[in-house]
Design a protein around this ligand. Sequence first.
Ligand SMILES: O=C(NCCc1nnc(-c2ccc3[nH]cnc3c2)[nH]1)c1cc(-c2ccc(F)cc2)cc(O)c1O
Ligand SMILES: [Mg+2]
Length: 214
Amino acid sequence: TRSTRPQRLLNAVRKHATRGDPQSVISAIDHFCRHSEWAMNIGDEKGSILDSVVSELNPEKVLELGTYCGYSTVRIARLLPPGARLITLEFNADYAAIARQVIAWAGLEDRVQLVEGASEDWIPRMKEHFGIETFDFVFLDHWKDRYLPDTKLMEDCGLLRKGTVLLADNVICPGVPDYLQYVRNSLSYKSCYFKSHLEYTKAEDGLEKSVFLG
Ligand SMILES: O=C(NCCc1nnc(-c2ccc3[nH]cnc3c2)[nH]1)c1cc(-c2ccc(F)cc2)cc(O)c1O
Ligand SMILES: [Mg+2]
């Protein structure tokens, strides 16, 4: 049977990246996506913005919605201190299987917990299942029609605290109009837009950073 794009992406990581070296994993995936096959990783341009937000925040408890092949998981986890924890939710079992191997190749499995399933099922279980009180940082990169309902669900489950930062990918392309309208007009958020480009293309896209005010 033909290999899948995520499998070919993992092969490129194994071929070109050094085990235990997260930067080489990031570079191998970016090279594969620029020169072989486009894939929906945040990419190097938006990835640098993600890096600066994470580095400035120095979060202990991180939630990522939408793992895909683990590219942004590796970008975030490589910047976290060893005691910090990143929980990443992936709905698609095939993506999750690839992501586990990418994260392991980068040598970051000790600070990453990949959970398979739907965000709406797992968000209400974060406290009792993972012993999480609140998250310091949430990266939204899953199905675009889930950004808003899951943000409201995190609010309702008490998973956000004064100062929690939400960073949302793809707010222009594919676009999340309902989410943008909410975080930009709600008195509970201070929101700002980082203009960039859709990964590996010239199309406009951007990240929206929203601080929860409690
Ligand atoms: O669909 C995207 N990303 C979502 C994948 C995912 N990986 N995991 C999930 C999940 C995880 C837990 C969930 N719980 C409930 N639904 C869930 C869905 N979703 C996406 C699409 C594009 C894109 C742009 C232009 C195009 F022409 C075609 C495509 C670009 C991007 O940067 C993306 O992130
Ligand atoms: Mg994305």
